[in-house]
Write a protein that binds this ligand. Sequence first.
Ligand SMILES: Nc1ncnc2c1ncn2[C@@H]1O[C@H](COP(=O)(O)OP(=O)(O)O)[C@@H](O)[C@H]1O
Ligand SMILES: [Mg+2]
Length: 581
Amino acid sequence: MVKKILGELHEFKLPSIITPICMIGEVIAEMIIPILMGRIVDLGINGADMGYIMRTGLMMIVVALFGLFAGLGGAYFGAKASTGLARNLRKKMFDNIQTFSFANIDKFSSSGLVTRLTTDVTNIQNSYQMILRMAMRAPASMVIALIMSFVINARLASIYLIAVIGLGCFIAFIMSKATKYFKAVFEKYDRLNESVQENVSAIRVVKAYVREDYEKAKFKTAALNIFEMFVKAEKVVTLNGPVMTATVYICILLISWFGAHMIVAEELTTGAMMSLLTYCMNILMSLMMLSMIFVMITMSQASAKRIAEVIDEETSIANPSNPVMEVKDGSIVFDNVSFSYSVDGTEPVLKDVNLDIKSGETIGIIGGTGSAKSSLVNLISRLYDVTKGSVSVGGIDVRKYDMEVLRNQVSVVLQKNVLFSGTVAENLRWGDRNATDEEIKRACHLACADEFIEKMPDGYDTYIEQGGTNVSGGQRQRLCIARALLKKPKILILDDSTSAVDTATDAKIRKAFAEEIPNTTKLIIAQRISSVQECDRIIVMDDGMINGFGTHDELLKNNDIYREVYESQVGSSGDADFDSK
Ligand SMILES: Nc1ncnc2c1ncn2[C@@H]1O[C@H](COP(=O)(O)OP(=O)(O)O)[C@@H](O)[C@H]1O
Ligand SMILES: [Mg+2]
């Protein structure tokens, strides 16, 4: 996993190597200064040698400057390496997400992917920077300071060794307890993110249902949970502070006590004792740093795993080798098709579906919500793959086509359609990048979108807000139909795409389709019988199975569900005359 993450370093390998080198440079400077300091005291002050003090002082300035630049370099290259890693990780994830099939996206959920791309990558970035700068520096500083102390005076230095071992054990104990809490905190962050993302993206629904208080309470609980966990973790970690300070003072006391005796016995110089006391801080601070790095690593492990999952995810729908590059016609055949959303194949959503649709036919599909109408049509453009059986378009299994070729010929207006931020024309050109203005106008005319576009202040250059919030539901549906038409597909699928369009316009769109694109196979999923009754044939879906397939008249005669729906719709609205004209 670490290898996977660091594998994305690429051009940022060099700064990743320079950073620890700079940090070690800084440590060396830090280590030299106490020695020079000791010399000034011993040889300069005690020997009353002003010249020596000046020379050594100058050397100290040079060493300090060296340390300063090394530290600056470490900070600069560390930042460069870690932000670079974050950039590469995000790019790799984003590129892979673009290859995801609908099934892959179902697995992660869109908001989950957003969290992984943002928060998780930021976690990795922060801990990578910390590791680069501290993982070498802290042990190096500790070891060098220990060695120096031993060189100065082995007996006194053994006090440090004992302190390091004792404090080390204590910190390890504390951290093993704290990491448990930190891990829990990160799991809870997920829940908070979910709550925030769901609420913010659906804020209109929340307001419409006056659910603000409920949502607020939900958020408060999630936030409170994190707060409590953090407090628990920090409570444990704060123990470190006093223990650390106590150890430092005990060490200073012991060194001063034994040191003073030694100085009196002329076994130690005052300068050497001063150097020893400075190293004390260095050694114990480094130990502290090491423990922090340890926490950082455990905390970022979860993030690394979540990032690696996205990078490693393989699309469940890939292009075949030697793909077929041409769709012959718009005929569709379902051969004993079963389909299930879950991988293990339990609970099939579609069961043993057989269909034979000729090129150019207009097929209506009706059925209750959840009867698997959308699931059925999503198999045709291979948004999902069948679990059993096969779906063929133009006489060839859809799995044999080049995906782009297939999806250009099978144009779907999804039930959950969306527009993107950009002008009307830009949105429509998603259908065909090179469409001329005339082609765009024609598609809009067929979809009955031209009438409202031309009334907009800037016509086809009107700006559509993110998610298409500044057009009405019915207008958005008509724009999406026009966008699908621009592909000039052999098969056009409308998944409940005129539900928000008034019945008169709906009828106009269908009439235009029948007259202007007669050779395109059209599949129209609808709730209103009036939307499908003139179709060549109509499929009645019920609980994942085909309950009936025939013309309006045949179904009225033979199919109970169809007749019931027809009678209820004609009866309640009383607009059957209006619809049938
Ligand atoms: N992405 C999905 N993941 C899992 N189950 C799904 C998914 N989409 C739909 N389903 C399930 O499949 C069944 C059929 O749904 P769908 O095809 O959308 O029905 P319809 O379009 O007729 O309303 C439903 O029971 C629904 O819960
Ligand atoms: Mg549906």
